[in-house]
Design a protein around this ligand. Structure first.
Ligand SMILES: [Zn+2]
Length: 97
């Protein structure tokens, strides 16, 4: 997979196609792009940097993070965490939901 060209992501149409590309991201693609991925709890707001290398090793490099939610790592917190990705050059983080 080639790196995403974010200079093309102008306007609604560009952002839409960018999001469509991010939707297909697997740990292997994220590692290749060296993007930061983190998880954030919707309840206690605990943020943890996701270990994408470990995910790729355990689930396979084609595993899709999009739409995944896991339980919070904080002891006693019943919250759910969402994956976020921060592509280079993007103005904000993108929730992988
Ligand atoms: Zn939590």
């Amino acid at each position: 997979m080639r790196g995403l060209d974010l200079t093309r992501a102008d306007g609604r149409c560009g952002i839409k196609s960018l999001l469509a590309e991010i939707e297909r991201l697997s740990p292997g693609a994220i590692l290749a792009n060296r993007w930061l991925v983190y998880t954030e709890c919707d309840l206690c707001e605990l943020r943890i940097r996701a270990d994408v290398k470990r995910i790729a090793r355990e689930r396979g490099s084609g595993f899709v993070l999009w739409g995944r939610a896991t339980t919070c790592r904080r002891m006693g917190c019943p919250g759910r965490v969402t994956f976020w990705v921060r592509p280079h050059g993007a103005s904000g983080d993108v929730a992988m939901t």
